[in-house]
Design a protein around this ligand. Structure first.
Ligand code: PMP
Length: 410
């Protein structure tokens, strides 16, 4: 009996993530991995988590609330904190615009269920976050990949996608996963103008927004749209939905994320979430709220400093060691550097050699492309490695690339 014949069309549309498959290979502790793109566990605020957990357990009323079923929309103080944190005079956000989700990943799942139909055209950056492609794939849409350059999505190409009928655009404007690019303010303004010209909903994923290393990124698409529409208009006329997460700044295991949306859309998302999992763990939401409102700002300063040093180490090493015909993005935040190898070098095949001979790992870039391509690209993450390991790993990788390029020519 083959289960394949029994799978639904939606289930058949989803494929195994190359990254998750790859992570299985990384169980070998001798492999130096630039593949993951996960926070460094040594930087988790474990003492604060323990202290706050003890506080919750020491208070019978809060502790019972934490253990009980709770509202699908989320824990009210957390919703209020998220609304305050993202509000502007123009947007006039309140807790009614916030749905707490089980990570930003569930925000994507609910938005896909609410907004995407089979065969409907959806604009995505080329490359873009694999986890989003995976979720969207279950809705069997027609992806329209939009070309990017070192500043992110090229707006003239985006307009073509809108002209071709895309009514949704998914984007990570800050320190993109996987490309590391950040959209300049002018492009953000153009995107909002185009969205309103063609009536396109925008899903703005801010997973890495607070992890900037020198200067903060430009105004978010949500903020730009607030300004574009004027005071109080976003609630009825807004097209930008913003999603965020505690995973990159606190800890992924909380599984706390959120969606900021106009109320008419939020109500639908709440029903979908209710059908999906009733609610996000109230225990975790209380923990997230107390961590956010007490340590977040200080903790993020530490993350910025440590990750910033690692980013600098990676950029410096790549500048020093990479052959001239390999280009890479220099991110201003986040966790990723994107490499473009000479045409004809296949990053998947190179990975096999990198793992076997040099014991280093990265993610081949092809997986991040909705409709193929990018065989000569790869993603490096600097978030979990020391500057010394980064230097050593980039030297090995650069030597390997040079060696393979020579072999190809020979
Ligand atoms: N969006 C982006 C761009 C991500 O990189 C990730 C995590 N890798 C997510 C969303 C999902 O994060 P989480 O579900 O842990 O909040």
């Amino acid at each position: 009996m083959s289960w394949n014949t029994k799978f639904s069309e939606d289930a058949r549309a989803i494929e195994a993530s190359e990254i998750r498959e790859l992570l299985k290979l990384l169980a070998d502790p001798t492999v130096l991995s630039f593949a993951g793109g996960i926070p460094d566990p040594e930087l988790f605020p474990t003492a604060d988590v323990t202290r706050i957990r003890n506080d919750i357990e020491g208070n019978q009323q809060i502790s019972r609330e934490a253990m009980q079923y709770s509202a699908t929309e989320g824990y009210l103080p957390l919703r209020e904190w998220i609304a305050d944190r993202h509000n502007t005079d123009n947007l006039e956000l309140d807790f009614g615009n916030i749905l707490v989700t089980c990570g930003a990943q569930q925000s994507l799942t609910l938005l896909a269920a609410a907004l995407m139909d089979p065969d409907a055209p959806i604009a995505v950056a080329d490359p873009t976050y694999l986890g989003a492609l995976q979720v969207f794939m279950t809705r069997r849409p027609n992806f329209i990949p939009v070309a990017t350059d070192p500043d992110g999505v090229v707006t003239s190409e985006l307009e073509k996608a809108f002209q071709a009928g895309a009514k949704i655009f998914y984007t990570i404007p800050d320190f993109q996963n996987p490309g590391g690019m950040t959209l300049p303010l002018e492009r953000r303004q153009e995107i909002i103008e185009l969205a309103h010209k063609y009536d396109v909903a925008i899903i703005e994923d801010t997973a890495y927004r607070t992890l900037y290393y020198d200067a903060p990124p430009p105004a978010s698409l949500l903020e730009v749209e607030g300004e574009f529409l004027g005071k109080g208009k976003w609630q009825n006329e807004g097209l930008v939905i913003q999603i965020g997460t505690a995973s990159k700044t606190l800890v992924p295991a909380l599984r706390v994320g959120w969606t900021i949306a106009p109320k008419a859309l939020l109500d639908k998302l709440v029903i979908l979430k209710q059908a999906n999992d009733l609610q996000t763990s109230c225990m975790n939401q209380i923990l997230a709220y107390r961590l956010f409102s007490s340590i977040l700002d200080d903790h993020v300063l530490t993350l910025r400093q440590v990750y910033g040093e690692r980013k600098d180490a990676m950029v410096k090493a790549l500048r020093q060691y990479l052959p001239n015909n390999v280009s890479f993005t220099e991110p201003e935040g986040g966790m990723f550097v994107w490499l473009r190898l000479p045409e004809g070098l296949d990053a998947r095949k190179l990975l096999e050699v990198a793992l076997a001979e040099d014991k280093i790992a990265y993610v081949p870039g092809a997986a991040f492309h909705a409709k193929g391509g990018g065989d000569n690209t790869l993603r490096l993450s600097f978030s979990t490695c020391s500057p010394e390991d980064i230097d050593r790993g980039m030297k090995k990788l650069s030597d390997l690339i040079a060696r393979e390029a020579r072999r190809q020519v020979a």
